[in-house]
Design a protein around this ligand. Structure first.
Ligand code: SF4
Length: 165
């Protein structure tokens, strides 16, 4: 299965807790004012890469990394391919974060089962559209203060959004 990849970081400290590999995917429909990844909004930007190849590159960064982060672009526009990659990442014992311009509730209530499936694979979701007017007091790892750093598994179990401690 192919994933349209906009970029890859082998180990980053600014896209979630601890050293993480970061997969930037192409394509986004959100149009956030002040978007800092405009080139990645194009669904054709970057390269079409087999999910297995992406996973092999991630594995080469072990044991330095403690997890992987999906960013973009909008990861949930490629949720089918990313769900497959997410399952391999979790089976390998890595922690998984994703950024999204959707809210947790929008994804959970989506009719697209691939979006819901991807959500269920995550440890942490940084949700909501970027707002350039709310950059002050943004939580660590978020771009604006409306975005939430959500503990996904605890939130799913308790049926309400729980912010990561
Ligand atoms: S969700 Fe991200 S990539 Fe998409 S428009 Fe907003 S800031 Fe840009």
């Amino acid at each position: 299965m192919k994933l349209q990849v906009a970029g890859f970081l082998d180990n980053s400290l600014v896209n979630g807790k601890g050293f993480r590999s970061v997969v930037f995917v192409s394509g986004c429909r959100h149009n956030c004012e002040g978007c800092q990844n405009k080139s990645m909004k194009d669904f054709k930007y970057g390269d079409s890469v087999d999910v297995k190849e992406v996973f092999e590159r991630i594995k080469k960064n072990r044991p330095i990394i403690k997890g992987v982060t999906f960013s973009g672009g909008e990861p949930f526009e490629q949720s089918k391919a990313l769900s497959k990659l997410a399952k391999d990442i979790k089976d390998d014992g890595l922690n998984l974060w994703s950024y999204t311009g959707y809210t947790f509730e929008e994804i959970l209530n989506s009719k697209d089962e691939n979006k819901v499936e991807l959500l269920k694979c995550l440890d942490v979701l940084v949700d909501g559209k970027f707002d350039k007017n709310l950059m002050k007091n943004a939580p660590k790892y978020a771009g604006s203060s409306n975005q939430r750093i959500i503990d996904v598994q605890t939130s799913l179990k308790s049926k309400k959004v729980i912010i990561l401690k």
